[in-house]
Design a protein around this ligand. Structure first.
Ligand code: IMP
Length: 223
């Protein structure tokens, strides 16, 4: 009897249980819910749109996680792993994290892993685009790609998925939809920037969409 009460107390006062119990949508009992280690609303809505029929995505805010998760690795793979490990270690849940970079050929792959902070720590999209356009100048080689790496930790196993889209850097920004470098990235086969194409078209072809598609295929075939 005493042992039973002891077990009950441990369960109720276990911080991990409290965190999950506080969530209306428990991720313990459903195989179809998974934590995406981000609070970026653009990314959440993009990924939710892609995964919508199959999985419910739990954001960091919904997990009550407002920590400043370190992104100090030198590669996209390293940063995605840092973020996924952080959440998995703290909350013991299946989760995935992503990291994306814009890699410009004539700038030796810059801004790459530093895409968010290219013009300083503020993650100011206009300043980042301006710095890139200045550094590229009139260079005729305007080839670039967006690359996304997703790290999934599921049942204690770590998996990586990559999505890449080739394109060119425009001479000037155009379009108002999206975020980040969207106004200056023209995907191969199109003559409009991501910011002009709009989210429906972007979600069909983007780096993140391709990486998420691979993630979904894996989740579907392994659950
Ligand atoms: P993150 O790793 O996904 O946060 O991406 C790092 C940075 O890359 C962002 O702050 C944006 O500047 C840029 N970025 C990532 N994905 C996109 C995209 O789909 N369009 C435009 N810029 C992006």
């Amino acid at each position: 009897m005493f042992l039973k009460h002891l077990q009950y107390l441990f369960f109720v006062y276990n911080p991990k249980f409290i965190i999950f119990a506080n969530q209306r949508k428990s991720i313990i009992y459903s195989m179809k819910k998974i934590v995406f280690a981000t609070n970026n609303s653009h990314k959440l809505s993009e990924v939710r749109a892609i995964l919508a029929p199959c999985y419910e995505i739990i954001s960091l805010a919904e997990l009550n996680c407002f920590d400043d998760i370190p992104e100090t690795a030198l590669t996209l793979e390293g940063n995605a792993l840092l973020k996924a490990n952080y959440i998995h270690d703290k909350y013991s849940c299946d989760c995935f994290a992503d990291d994306t970079g814009l890699e410009v050929e004539a700038l030796n792959g810059e801004p790459g892993v530093y895409s968010a902070r290219y013009a300083g720590d503020a993650n100011d999209a206009k300043a980042n685009m301006q710095k890139l356009l200045t550094n590229l100048g009139n260079n005729s080689n305007r080839k670039a790609c967006f690359r996304t790496v997703i790290t999934l930790i599921i049942n204690g196993e770590t998996k990586y998925f990559e999505g890449k889209i080739d394109g060119e850097i425009a001479k000037t920004p155009s379009g108002t939809v999206g975020f980040g470098y969207d106004p200056i990235f023209i995907p191969t086969g199109y003559n409009q920037s991501f910011a002009e194409l709009g989210s429906n078209e972007k979600n069909k072809i983007s780096h993140r969409a391709l990486a998420v598609k691979k993630l979904v295929e894996y989740l579907k075939s392994n659950q």
